[in-house]
Design a protein around this ligand. Structure first.
Ligand code: NAP
Length: 246
């Protein structure tokens, strides 16, 4: 029996980067996967089709919208019958120094990165409570723990996600619903490719393991937290950062 056999996972932001690796890994470990994207329709459709015969379906849904989250979960339940695992992975950056940061840049990052976790978690709770089982995984960041100049909005959203994770774990542990956070360091994706050479070098020099991480490595950790071999783990923030010392 494979690690995620018979499980249904809902993954936000699955069209690229870490989310795409999550979709591929979960499908390869026997899960059925519903994943969302914001605008990459072609990429998302191709990804879902490439994983057949595994049941993988793509949904366009803005994670920042409460109404869209409500509609999405209804559709996923109709298509898959249940949701065992939720991964709040969708995220964006709008990096700039605090002096220059606009209200819009602040609000956008908080809505997409943090409010999204509330939106989706709220919607999956009923089915998970009914099943008396569930694993919720929130994609935070080492930046949410250490802070980072030029990322006050992003760091605040990721720190908020950590408080949210620990609270949900305490509220729902007695119902067998677990909630953990993954805090990646520097992982090679579109998000980090957008950084300039100076920032990349700064990260690189602070690494114990002298290479950047891969999305697949993050997906391996998520698969462990989603599966039953981690059933006594909840309320934790697990860093996957190559020993990054910020
Ligand atoms: P990425 O390559 O930029 O991919 C972002 C994904 O999120 C895409 O699938 C995108 O969809 C989706 N997305 C963006 N806004 C959305 C919205 N409003 N609603 C639904 N989906 C939305 O990012 P990544 O590097 O894989 O990061 C994934 C997560 O890991 C993020 O939460 C990020 O903060 C976190 N993280 C990343 C790193 C890193 O080093 N890469 C480090 C720490 C934490 P479209 O393709 O349609 O745009």
């Amino acid at each position: 029996m494979q690690l995620l056999e018979n499980k249904v996972a809902l993954i936000t932001g699955g069209s690229r980067g870490i989310g795409e690796a999550l979709v591929r890994k979960f499908a390869s470990l026997g899960a059925s996967v519903a994943f969302t994207y914001s605008s990459s329709s072609e990429k998302a459709t191709a990804l879902a089709a490439s994983l057949a015969p595994a049941k993988v379906m793509a949904y366009q849904s803005d994670a920042a919208s409460f109404t869209q989250a409500e509609q999405l979960v209804k559709k996923v339940l109709a298509d898959f019958g249940k949701i065992d695992v939720l991964i709040n992975n969708a995220g964006i950056t709008r990096d700039t120094l605090m002096l220059r940061m606009t209200e819009e840049q602040w609000d956008e990052v908080i809505r997409v990165n943090l409010k999204s976790a509330f939106n989706l978690t709220k919607q999956v709770l009923k089915p998970m409570l009914g099943a008396r089982a569930g694993s919720i995984i929130n994609m935070t960041s080492v930046v949410g723990v250490f802070g980072n100049a030029g990322q006050a909005n992003y760091a605040a959203s990721k720190a908020g996600m950590i408080g949210f994770t620990k609270s949900i774990a305490k509220e729902l542990g007695s119902r067998n619903i677990r909630c953990n956070a993954i805090a990646p360091g520097f992982i090679e994706t579109d998000m980090t490719h957008a950084l300039d050479d100076k920032t990349r070098e700064l990260y690189f020099s602070s690494l114990a393991i002298k290479r950047f991480g891969t999305a697949e490595e993050v997906a391996d950790l998520a698969a462990f937290l989603a599966g039953d071999t981690s059933k006594y783990i909840t309320g934790q923030v697990i860093s996957i950062c190559g020993g990054l010392n910020m």
